[in-house]
Design a protein around this ligand. Structure first.
Ligand SMILES: [Zn+2]
Length: 536
C-alpha cells in the first residue's frame, strides 16, 4: 500500500477474515514503485527489522532506483500526475472515475524501511519463515527493478506488477523513461515456463487472483504476447516509414488480444505505448525537418490565427466542428487560437468543451483524465493550495549523498552562477565518504572518492547530521553554528551556492493562460525536496 494508514487497515481486515494472531514474519518489496512499499510502517515495527526479527527482502538495486526514478525530474512528474490521475477533478461521471490500475492513490504517511536482504541472482530460492520461495528478478520491465515470486509448496505465483488485469504503460504520461516491452514479454515467458505451467493460482500486486492452471496460462500467454506484439509490430511499421507522429493512428493489436479483457488499455494505451516504442528506439524526431527546431507553439500560433482569418472565424468553425463531433479537428484550430491569445477566455472555454468530449470517448483513464484536467484548468485556472505531497523524511534519508549532490546541480539556476568558481571538499566521517564538488562554467558537478588538493572550502559533517539539512529540519548555517558541521577555508561559498538554488513549484502552467502566481512554501537552500510521486 501507499501509506501506513491504508496498509494498517488492510492488515486489520486480513486478521478479521483470516484470523488474528498470525504474525508478519517477513516483508517482500516486489518493486520500486511507492504504492508497493510506502505502507510498510503500517505492518511492521522498524525496531523488529533492525533486531533481525523481520527480514525485508527486495530485488537488487532497490534503494538506488526507488529514490532516483522520482527525484531528478520529480517536480515535473508531480505536475503531470495532475493530468494523468486527474487529482483536481471531483469524482463524477463527468469527472474523475479512476486511475486505470485502481480507483485512487491514498493520502497518508509514506514511509520506507531499507531492505535487509537483496535478491541479486536471476533466480534465487529463499526459505522465508519455513516457506520456500523462488524469486525471479525481472529488471527493466514494469519497473527498473522488480521481481516475481513463486511458492512451489502452494503452487502459487505472484507476478508482482508484471502481469495485472490490463495493458500496462510502456510510456507513462506522468513522464518516465520508456520501458522495454520486449524484455518485459521475455520475463513473462520465463515465468510461464518456469512456474506457470504448474501454478494453480496466480496473483499480482494489483487486481484479483486467477484460479486454475488453464486460466493462469491463458493470462500469462496473453500478456506475454501483448508486450511482444507492441514491440515487434510497432518496429515492423517503423521500418516501413511509420513515424512517432503517425504510429498511434496506424498500430493495432490483433483481434484476439483486443478480445482479452486483461489486455485492454485501461492503464497503458495502445496509442500511447506505440509512440513510446518508437521513442525508445528512434527518439522524438519523425524525420520531417519542420519538426526538428520548430518555433515554440506560442510564437507560431499568431501567424496561423492571422492566416485563418482571425479569432472570430476560428471560433465559428471550431463550434461547427465540435457540433459535428469532429473533436480532433476542432482541437487543432481552437488550440492555435488559445496559444495565440492565452487571455481569450471564450476560446479557452470552447477548447475545454472539445477536450471534454475527447476525454469522454477514451477507454484509457490516463487519456481521459488528461483531457478532463486540461479542460478544468482552461476554465478555472490552476487552483491554489496544496501542491502535492512532499516525500516523507524516510525517502529523503534513503537518498545517497551523491544523488543529493546531483539533485543540487539540478536545483541550481545556472544563470545565477555565471562567473562563480570554487571547489568544496565534502567529508562525511560517519560513513567514510568524500566528495569533490566543483562549480565552474555555471555548472555544479561532484565526484565521489576524490578530494581537491587546494579546495576553496572543506566541509566536514556526519551523514546523519547532513540528513537533517536534507529533510529541511535544520539549516546548514545552524549546523555550522552548533559545530555539527565544521568548515575550513572560505565558508562564504556556501551562501553563494545557496543563492543559486531554486524551489520548484509544481503548479507551473501547462495550458496557456491558466497560471497562478501565489506564493509557495520555501525550502531550505540545501534541502533535498524530492516530491513523492506515487506512480506505477
Ligand atoms: Zn503498483
Amino acid at each position: 500500500m501507499v501509506s501506513a494508514e491504508t496498509a494498517r487497515a488492510a492488515w486489520k481486515l486480513f486478521q478479521e477474515h483470516v484470523g488474528e494472531g498470525l504474525p508478519v514474519s517477513a516483508v517482500i518489496y516486489s518493486h520500486t514503485h511507492g504504492d508497493h512499499w510506502g505502507g510498510v510502517r503500517g505492518v511492521v515495527d522498524e525496531a523488529d527489522v533492525r533486531a533481525g526479527k523481520i527480514p525485508i527482502i527486495a530485488p537488487a538495486g532497490f534503494m538506488e532506483h526507488t529514490v532516483s526514478e522520482n527525484v531528478y525530474a520529480g517536480n515535473a512528474m508531480n505536475r503531470r500526475l495532475f493530468y494523468q490521475y486527474a487529482l483536481l477533478l471531483p469524482a463524477s461521471a463527468y469527472g474523475f472515475v479512476g486511475q486505470g490500475l485502481g480507483q485512487a492513490v491514498s493520502s497518508g504517511t509514506v514511509g520506507l524501511i531499507a531492505p535487509t536482504h537483496f535478491v541479486d541472482k536471476p533466480i534465487a530460492e529463499i526459505d522465508v519463515d519455513g516457506v520456500r520461495m523462488v524469486f525471479q528478478n525481472t529488471p527493466n520491465t514494469e519497473a527498473p527493478v522488480e521481481m516475481n515470486t513463486y511458492i512451489p509448496g502452494m503452487k502459487a505465483l505472484w507476478m508482482a506488477e508484471n502481469v495485472t488485469a490490463l495493458m500496462h504503460n510502456i510510456y507513462t504520461l506522468r513522464g518516465a523513461q520508456v520501458r522495454d516491452s520486449l524484455n518485459w514479454s521475455k520475463h513473462i515467458s520465463q515465468a510461464l515456463y518456469r512456474f506457470g505451467v504448474e501454478a494453480d493460482v496466480m496473483f499480482a500486486s494489483h487486481h484479483w487472483p486467477r484460479w486454475g492452471n488453464d486460466r493462469v496460462q491463458e493470462v500469462l500467454r496473453g500478456q506475454r504476447d501483448l508486450y511482444a506484439h507492441m514491440n515487434n509490430q510497432v518496429l515492423h511499421l517503423a521500418n516501413q516509414g511509420v513515424t512517432i507522429s503517425t504510429i498511434h493512428n496506424v498500430y493495432e493489436l490483433p483481434k484476439s488480444l483486443q478480445d482479452m479483457w486483461f489486455c485492454r488499455g485501461y492503464h497503458g494505451s495502445p496509442q500511447i505505448n506505440s509512440r513510446g516504442v518508437v521513442q525508445r528506439f528512434l527518439g522524438f524526431w519523425d524525420g520531417n525537418p519542420t519538426r526538428l527546431i520548430p518555433l515554440s507553439p506560442g510564437d507560431s500560433a499568431p501567424l496561423y490565427v492571422e492566416m485563418m482569418g482571425g479569432g472570430a472565424k476560428i471560433m465559428a468553425r471550431g463550434r461547427e466542428l465540435h457540433d459535428q463531433g469532429q473533436y480532433l479537428l476542432a482541437q487543432e484550430i481552437v488550440n492555435k487560437l488559445v496559444e495565440a491569445e492565452p487571455q481569450n477566455q471564450e476560446a479557452k472555454d470552447l477548447l475545454a468543451d472539445i477536450f471534454e468530449q475527447i476525454g469522454y470517448q477514451q477507454e484509457n483513464t490516463g487519456l481521459r483524465n488528461s483531457f478532463l484536467n486540461a479542460a478544468f484548468e482552461l476554465r478555472s485556472g490552476i487552483p491554489e493550495g496544496e501542491t502535492g505531497n512532499s516525500s516523507g523524511p524516510d525517502v529523503v534519508r534513503a537518498m545517497t549523498t551523491e544523488l543529493f549532490l546531483n539533485f543540487l546541480g539540478i536545483r541550481m539556476d545556472s544563470r545565477k552562477a555565471e562567473g562563480m568558481r570554487f571547489t568544496i571538499n565534502l567529508v562525511t566521517p560517519d560513513n567514510g565518504e568524500t566528495f569533490l564538488i566543483e562549480l565552474e562554467n555555471a555548472t555544479l558537478t561532484n565526484i565521489p572518492g576524490f578530494q581537491a588538493k587546494d579546495p576553496t572550502l572543506t566541509l566536514t559533517i556526519n551523514r546523519s547530521d547532513l540528513e537533517r539539512t536534507m529533510i529541511g529540519a535544520k539549516t546548514l548555517e545552524a549546523q555550522i553554528a552548533e559545530g555539527t558541521a565544521k568548515v575550513q577555508g572560505d565558508a562564504s561559498v556556501l551562501q553563494k551556492l545557496a543563492s543559486t538554488m531554486v524551489d520548484f513549484d509544481p503548479r507551473f502552467e501547462i495550458m496557456p493562460g491558466t497560471k497562478i502566481r501565489g506564493p509557495i512554501g520555501h525550502a531550505d537552500a540545501y534541502a533535498a525536496v524530492p516530491r513523492q510521486t506515487i506512480a506505477e
